[in-house]
Design a protein. Structure first.
Length: 262
């Protein structure tokens, strides 16, 4: 059984090491989770939108890949608006629903923070090849090679689940066993998919062991995972975004350290 061949882009962002992308998104996230305020999130989000055109995605690809983030941010903000901590003037109140100045400000901050944290992570990892990510984890972060390669193999097989599901559905209907109730059909087919996945995983594990993927000692790699100048630029930009968002928030008096929340 062979793994899927990696797809490699020509845009400069495709050549940035996946480990660098991970560290950059973590740096921005840490700065934003330290405070619940709209200023730091707005500054970070504005800087990120200036950088998104260089991420190697078209406008349609950007909104298609980040659609779930926008929906989650709006839903999260709406929940905070209705049930957030009340403070200031009250605009509406019904049972547990209490809309006030404080809940409105907190809802806005929540939406902006979710977008500022999740959007760059999604955009950066949209251009990450799983094989490159595994190479970076094993060669740069020095994670156990056996664990990394096993996770990579499993990730490569995830894309086959949808195809397996459709094949099972067609096969069961051809045998006349796919016309029952919707819930019963779903549970039965899900169990069949589970059995198929276990069998495929066992075969893959046996094949990898036969090829000495689990052998002790240092191993060689088909491709070297290196850090280049573009990686340093991305890290510098991430640090700049984090520092600017925190500094401007503190300077404007909007900094609201999350550890001080009662």
């Amino acid at each position: 059984m062979t793994l899927l061949a990696p797809t490699r882009g020509t845009h400069v962002v495709h050549r940035i090491n996946p480990v660098t992308k991970l560290v950059a998104s973590i740096l921005v996230s840490i700065a934003l989770v330290l405070s619940i305020d709209w200023v730091s999130a707005t500054v970070a989000l504005a800087a990120e939108f200036l950088l998104f055109p260089f991420a190697g995605l078209t406008l349609a690809q950007f909104f298609r890949r980040t659609a779930a983030v926008w929906i989650a941010a709006v839903l999260g903000g709406f929940t905070i608006l209705l049930y957030g901590r009340p403070s200031g003037e009250t605009y509406a109140q019904f049972l547990l629903v209490h809309i006030t100045d404080g809940s409105i400000e907190l809802a806005i901050a929540t939406v902006l923070r979710v977008l500022a944290i999740a959007l760059p992570a999604v955009v950066l990892f949209a251009t990450v090849d799983p094989t490159d990510l595994a190479d970076g984890f094993a060669q740069i972060l020095r994670l156990p090679a056996r664990f990394v390669l096993g996770a990579l193999a499993g990730l490569r097989l995830v894309s086959l689940f949808a195809e397996d599901w459709r094949s099972l559905e067609r096969a069961r209907r051809a045998r006349g066993v796919g016309d029952g109730g919707r819930i019963r059909r779903f549970l039965s087919q899900a169990f069949a998919l589970l059995v198929l996945a276990i069998r495929r995983g066992s075969k893959l594990a046996t094949a990898m062991e036969a090829r000495a993927f689990g052998a002790p000692g240092p191993r060689t790699w088909a491709r070297r995972s290196r850090l280049r100048g573009a990686d340093a630029v991305l890290l510098a930009l991430a640090v700049a975004v984090a520092v600017a968002s925190v500094s401007i928030s503190v300077a404007t008096g909007s900094w609201n350290f999350i550890g001080g929340q009662g």
